[in-house]
Design a protein around this ligand. Structure first.
Ligand SMILES: *Cc1c(COP(=O)(O)O)cnc(C)c1O
Length: 389
């Protein structure tokens, strides 16, 4: 279920400037400018001293990007949002803006690969981390260290789509004054509201469902105004991974159809997941609709997106690549959340050990269910799976 307020935020609710003749454009303007000029030098200096609130230079604030930020903040029920040139720029800004040498980060659940690679690089700056794949709140509590500064969550998690108890893990961290951040990309703010469950920061890749058409790379951070001020001055403005006004405009357009797209992704993914679950060549389907704890899923997720994975019973690399290669409707590629279905496997034929360490089965195939129609995709999967004989 999608809240009517959220539909209104996505589809309408733009603050649009009237034209001199009184008409209002149906779409927001693209303010394609690098700099803003001022009547006096003193006015410019005033702007520079409050750069997190003033239009001075588009590496800071840009009106088209701000229109998007206002919408995302409202959808996540947060005070402030900043958008970035990619999801990874957003994730980097949270870590570089809030952590310092000597800190420890605890990642709970399967985590997006490049996020963990970034954490690995941060070791050079004296920031340590652990990855915890046990999802019970007690396990998170036990894995905290005296210097843990940030608990990083993904739910549903990368590849395996496992759901953790966000509320309970956030409470464990909060009791010790530890910050929590969640990568909320899978569910989108329409289907999961982690800030309302006590999480401090939500990050998104906007390159997936928010944009929705595989034509933009972007990211976002949503948190309190006070914490955002720190992220703005310590990371956003200095890393410089900003979103351009044209890409912000494409995202505003993407948001207009986010509610209808998500409803359709969900309906189609459910049909595809049911088909896969009944297929003899498939050992298991990983999708929150079939989670071990349906009450937890119902409490946290008001809907499901279209990203799922399944395990082949015949789980060697040859079988995995044969099935992927036989698919015609779903195209082979990284990323997800667009109108076109995409298929991939974490199994590269050379990384058995790494997969085993992360508890990812070798026969896993990940499918982003696009909007071609569930019937077409089911036929596609049926013929691809018949390649296994
Ligand atoms: C793609 C992705 C990211 C990174 O976003 P980019 O826009 O590609 O930088 C982060 N988290 C998750 C879960 C993703 O799938």
């Amino acid at each position: 279920m999608i809240e009517p307020t959220d539909v209104a935020i996505c589809v309408a609710d733009d603050e649009l400037p009237k034209s001199p003749s009184g008409g209002t454009p149906a779409n927001p303007p693209i303010v394609q400018t690098s700099t803003f000029t001022f009547p006096t030098f003193e006015d410019l200096l005033r702007g520079l001293s409050t750069e997190s609130r003033s239009h001075v230079y588009s590496r800071g604030l840009n009106p088209t990007v701000e229109a998007l930020e206002r919408k995302l903040a409202r959808l996540e029920r947060g005070e402030a949002c900043k958008c970035f040139g990619s999801g990874m720029a957003a994730i980097s800004a949270v870590m570089l803006g809030l952590l310092e040498a000597g800190d420890h980060v605890l990642f709970v659940n399967h985590t997006y690969g490049p996020t963990l690679q970034l954490a690995e690089h941060l070791r050079r700056f004296g920031i340590e981390h652990d990855l915890l794949l046990e999802l019970e709140p007690e396990a998170a509590e036990a894995a905290l260290r005296p210097n843990t500064r940030l608990v990083w969550l993904e739910s549903p998690g990368t590849m395996m789509m496992r759901v953790l108890d966000i509320d309970a893990v956030a409470a464990v961290a909060r009791d010790r004054g530890i910050l929590t951040c969640i990568d909320n990309s899978w569910a989108t703010p329409l289907y999961q509201k982690p800030l309302a469950m006590g999480v401090d920061i939500a990050v998104h890749t906007a390159s997936k469902y928010l944009g929705g058409h595989s034509d933009v790379i972007a990211g976002a951070v949503v948190t309190t105004a006070e914490r955002m001020e720190q992220i703005f001055y310590r990371a956003f403005l200095l890393n410089g991974g900003v979103l351009g006004p044209v890409d912000a405009w494409l995202l505003l357009r993407g948001l207009r159809t986010l509610p209808v797209r998500m409803r359709q992704h969900e309906a189609d993914a459910l049909r595809v997941a049911e088909f896969l679950r009944s297929h003899p060549a498939v050992r298991r389907v990983h999708y929150p609709a079939f989670a071990d704890d349906p009450d937890l899923v119902a409490r946290q997720l008001t809907g499901l997106s279209g990203l799922l994975s399944f395990e082949l019973a015949q789980d060697d690399f040859g079988s995995v690549s044969r099935v992927i290669d036989r698919m015609k409707v779903a195209r082979i590629g990284v990323s997800w959340g667009g109108v076109e279905s995409l298929v991939i496997s974490p199994n590269r034929g050379t990384n058995a050990e790494a997969l085993d360490l992360q508890g990812i089965p070798p026969g896993l195939i990940r499918l982003s269910v696009g909007l071609e129609g569930a019937g077409l995709l089911i036929d596609d999967l049926d013929s691809a799976l018949s390649a296994l004989g």
